[in-house]
Design a protein around this ligand. Structure first.
Ligand code: GLN
Length: 547
């Protein structure tokens, strides 16, 4: 049965709990253990699928079609373990389950309460798959003391009590602020945070303390004494220049050893960190730089395109270059010439997105890339924009557009080259949708197979003609435009296995122009860069050498 590590946070949010959890997962793997990482989010949304990327950052999609928190992306990137639907849960999901059971009469007339009904629902969820791995790492979103987080904290407290002694530990992440005026690192906020945690019955076994610099021995001992942890379980988490240094940095600080000690696992298996040494070496020793423009809408918040930024970094590592990303707001050139905004980049990426705002600019970005032989990667909406561009400017469909924009505007203005998909096949099941459906969880979601055309650019890039990739979209390129578009020169080089849904388009006579209906960025890892990103950055590197 799995050992559980519960990861909580205190003092302030955004301390990098997700990253710490992911790095710890990687370190346990390096010692030969199997791991699974999970996220418990206290908010009331059923899942982040309907939340704005401005509020919540990117929505990370799993193979089995769940729309989850972006921390699951970190987990996958660090451990390579594909996340599942059951690795992410919110208060909204838990309460929905409880209320559905109540309506069905499953509780046999009982009064439904937070304890035990909500906490039991959380504990049932925690135990899913407990026999499958050595360690289950469960991160609780938010910070201790948040009202909405209380049922989760209570549930993990109970869970540790229900299990045999020594099967669950608690790791608490806090901040040690540096007070410049007095030149001191302050431990008081951490003491308060641990006090808060202990008041709800949870005593941390390990403290991970974010700080700008090292923690002097004196402060370490003080923290240990006042927070009732062992001095060697006070782990410093200093700011790092790359997130991919985290596993090695945490190892040097003794985090994995402290965890194994807390579980009394002796002798501790020796870690093999070669993979992370290599990752770190590549990150810190680039031999050049390429400049990539990401032309999108959510450019103010980098987290909105988290996986894309990471996948580009991975592509850079594979090519030994640093990828410098510039976030370019597509709306800037909705109505004017795109060239002044785009001409200084080695490659252009148009990412996924929703709604009409900025789309004319994205279409112009695709046109600029096509006409100027600049490498172009269009992802999801970025692929749809490339197809609309081809239809308007090459195939002569002057009113080409997406039904998405007409639906939003409530009037018909475009010829729908991209249309709302109403029926498709998932596995061996038919899925039906209508425009009036709920917004949450109703897109084409999760992993789908695609078949690539032999001899195409993408087949060469992937090194195979059958792939599966993750989807998250409601609209599709209409197959009935395949013929006129191919006559215009763009090639539909990847299709769904039944041949009905265009998955990939490319311009064969362009150095590198590929649009994909799926999200390849979700599967890229620092130690296993996604082939599309690897080759996209290679193409950008070639351009950067030419200029
Ligand atoms: N808005 C588009 C659709 O729903 C694209 C979605 C995306 O880019 N993820 O089809």
């Amino acid at each position: 049965m799995a050992r559980y590590i519960f990861i909580t946070g205190g003092v302030v949010s955004s301390l990098g709990k997700g990253l710490a959890s992911a790095a710890l997962g990687a370190l346990l793997q390096a010692r030969g253990f199997s791991v699974r990482l999970r996220k418990l989010d206290p908010y009331l949304n059923v899942d982040p699928g309907t939340m704005s990327p401005f509020e919540h950052g990117e929505v990370f999609v799993t193979d089995d079609g769940a729309e989850t928190d972006l921390d699951l992306g970190h987990y996958e990137r660090f451990t390579g373990v594909p996340a599942r639907k059951t690795d992410s849960v919110s208060s909204g999901r838990i309460y929905t389950n409880v209320l559905e059971k109540e309506r069905r009469g499953d509780y046999l007339g009982k009064t439904i309460q937070v304890i035990p009904h909500v906490t039991d629902e959380i504990k049932d969820w925690l135990s899913i798959g407990e026999d499958e791995v050595d360690f289950m790492l469960c991160e609780i979103g938010g910070t201790v003391g948040d009202i909405e987080g209380l049922p989760f904290f209570e549930a993990i407290r109970q869970y540790a009590q229900d299990k045999p002694r020594g099967q669950c530990i608690f790791m608490h992440l806090t901040l040690l602020p540096w007070i410049k005026a007095s030149g001191e690192l302050k431990t008081k906020p951490t003491q308060h945070s641990v006090k808060e945690l202990r008041s709800i019955g949870i005593a941390p076994d390990i403290l991970v303390c974010r700080s700008e610099g090292p923690i002097p021995q004196k402060e370490r001992e003080k923290l240990a004494l006042f927070c009732n942890v062992r001095p060697d379980s006070v782990i410093a988490a200093q700011d790092l220049s790359s997130i991919y240094d985290a596993p090695l940095a945490y190892h040097r600080e003794g985090l994995d050893q402290a965890v194994l000690d807390a579980f009394q696992i002796t002798p501790a298996p020796r870690p093999n960190l070669e993979k992370w040494d290599d990752v770190s070496e590549r990150i810190h020793n680039p031999e050049g730089e390429v400049n990539v423009a990401i032309v999108g809408k959510y450019t103010q918040l980098e987290d909105a395109y988290k996986s894309i930024a990471e996948a580009l970094t991975h592509g850079g590592m594979a090519n030994r270059v640093k990828v410098k990303v510039s976030w370019v707001d597509a709306e800037l050139f909705d109505r004017e010439d795109a060239a002044p905004y785009l001409e200084n980049y080695d490659a252009i990426l148009v990412p996924g997105g929703f709604g009409e705002r900025g789309t004319e600019g994205k279409i112009k970005a695709a046109q600029f890339a096509r006409e100027h032989n600049v490498p172009y990667l269009g992802i999801c909406l970025g692929m749809q924009m490339a197809v609309i561009e081809a239809a308007r400017n090459v195939a002569g469909v002057s009113k080409a557009g997406s039904e998405e924009f007409d639906h939003e505007a409530g009037e018909k203005r475009f010829e729908p080259v991209v249309y709302h998909l109403k029926e498709w096949v998932q596995g061996n099941q038919k899925v039906n949708r209508s425009v009036a459906d709920d917004k949450g969880g109703t897109m084409r979601l999760g992993a789908y197979d695609a078949v690539l055309t032999e001899g195409s650019k993408v087949a060469e890039v992937y090194g195979t003609t059958t792939i599966d990739e993750r989807h998250r979209h409601r609209y599709e390129v209409d197959i009935k435009y395949r013929k006129p578009l191919e006559e215009a020169g763009i090639c539909f080089s990847g299709m769904s296995p039944d041949g009905r849904l265009p998955e990939i388009v490319e311009w064969p006579d362009h150095p590198w122009f590929i649009g994909v209906q799926f999200h390849p960025e979700l599967k890229s890892k620092p130690f296993d860069p996604h082939p599309l990103f690897k080759d996209f950055v290679r193409a950008a590197k070639e351009v950067s050498r030419l200029v």
